[in-house]
Design a protein around this ligand. Sequence first.
Ligand SMILES: Cc1cc2nc3c(=O)[nH]c(=O)nc-3n(C[C@H](O)[C@H](O)[C@H](O)COP(=O)(O)OP(=O)(O)OC[C@H]3O[C@@H](n4cnc5c(N)ncnc54)[C@H](O)[C@@H]3O)c2cc1C
Length: 565
Amino acid sequence: MLLLNPKRHDRYYPDERSREIMRKTIAWFEARGLKKVKQDDFDRAWYADFLEFVQRERLFATLLTPAGYGASDCRWDTWRNCEFNEILAFYGLAYWYTWQVSILGLGPIWQSSNEALKHKAAQLLEEGSVFAFGLSERAHGADIYSTEMSLTPQADGSYRANGEKYYIGNANLAPMVSTFGKLADTGDYVFFGADYRHQNYELIRNVTASQNYVAQYALHDYPVSEADILSRGQEAWDACLNTVNVGKFNLGWASIGICTHALYEAVLHAANRRLYNMAVTDFPHVQQMFTDAYARLMAMKLFALRAADYLRAASPDDRRYLLYNPIVKMKVTTQGEEVINLLWEVIAAKGFERDTYFEMAARDIRALPKLEGTVHVNIALIVKFMANYFFNPAEYPEISRQDQAADDEFLFRQGPARGLGRIRFHDYRAAFERFDLPNVRLFVEQIAVFRELLSTATPDEAQQKDIDFLLALGEIFTLVVYGQLILENASVYTINDDLIDQIFDGLVRDCSRHALGLHSKPSSTPRQMDLCLRMLRKPAADRARFERVWKGQVYPLKEAYDMNL
Ligand SMILES: Cc1cc2nc3c(=O)[nH]c(=O)nc-3n(C[C@H](O)[C@H](O)[C@H](O)COP(=O)(O)OP(=O)(O)OC[C@H]3O[C@@H](n4cnc5c(N)ncnc54)[C@H](O)[C@@H]3O)c2cc1C
């Protein structure tokens, strides 16, 4: 089965150590049990014991040290990191968060040319340290151009750093907090490492009320020598954006982990709850909601897995991942919200109960679309690729499933973050042509009309500057890319036609909804409105197909997994 099932863990790994990491992590959480996980969540207990486990088993050291800087089992391997993300969020987003912000903190370090700091980070990982990424500032949100953390040059060639950072995970105990600032004299950007134990480092408070420590910290005349500097100027800027390119991908995986656990719990509950002398799962609308939730979750996973292939295969000549990653970030995470919404409609009051995983999932699933760039920021990024994607395809060698034991070293030499509009993509139509299924055909018709809109009713200059309009356009574009990669992976994972058609039943509905959204924008022209209406389609209903998916794939999940208490 494609969905993670900790009780039947059988994912392929090319080496025993990777499998061992997943199995041991699952065993640790199952031994802990749901009751304790929930109690710690209510108590907002710091997860020191989890970090002790991470240290003892060298988990972050193995997974987050690039080859050549650590022991022989160390490599940065996205194939295994994806599932580790998923497992942590499956049990609790707080555990995932300390891992995630370590990844972000390590980004500027592994991209640095400061070899001494890289070796220091590898040593700290081996000792069980976590890392932190000090980018955000309280007043500036997404506007990192306005960064105020300032490094003032001293007579001896060193600097003194002054300023505050806000929303920084792990900044309460990371010995190397990768901090982003500007040089006071030249205005150049700079990344440097700050140690939370230094007397000029003030840990002000945890700005969240959660198990995580999401810090506000201040540096007061904090001494920074040349040896502490990770990067400066354009390199620091690129390190910042390229780190987020890597990190934002993980947010989709966290959503997948949360939804998978919530789905098992919800189906189990509904199948055993009897109302009016029948099971809740006998209601036709409940079957519809569960099947929709399942199809959406499978689509999330198929897309994210395929995006991982492109991430692993990336090179200076193949930067297609720069489109697929933000879609993992904004689309997979917002689909995660949709899955939880559907499940919650079914399990209703149970979703509030303190003993359920769901109660935590319903809260945490909201975070993922908002962290590391909001949905808007990511759609604004995605639309830059639209013209080349539709109208200027290029030939690329076929990318197969990337599950090899390899070090994804390109992630730390991604190069300049600019030039997005020049990136080209393979022709999306090939993926759709391989499937002759009713809802795929309807979706292809919708795409054809959207393409016609772009070429014959091209958004004018004012519309291209109107983010509200662009977001509506970007939602439809995103769906096309989403559908394409899902289909590419459907063959790789031999997904049966019933499920593919069920997934596209949802995509056809979503496309109609977004077309209506674009139609309703204040500035849409009569021609654009006409084309939007021409995009509307009703999915092809097929009772027998639906029954096969519901009875054959969704309902049996009631017996698939139940977390140890
Ligand atoms: C729990 C938590 C943990 C975090 N951990 C870290 C961390 O470890 N390190 C770190 O550096 N940061 C961290 N952050 C910060 C996080 O990355 C930011 O919250 C996020 O980038 C969004 O910024 P903001 O919430 O301040 O929104 P703002 O930037 O204030 O955005 C306000 C509104 O403007 C819109 N907007 C802004 N810019 C654009 C644009 N270019 N195009 C279109 N719309 C735009 C947004 O979508 C939003 O609707 C964390 C935040 C939280 C809540």
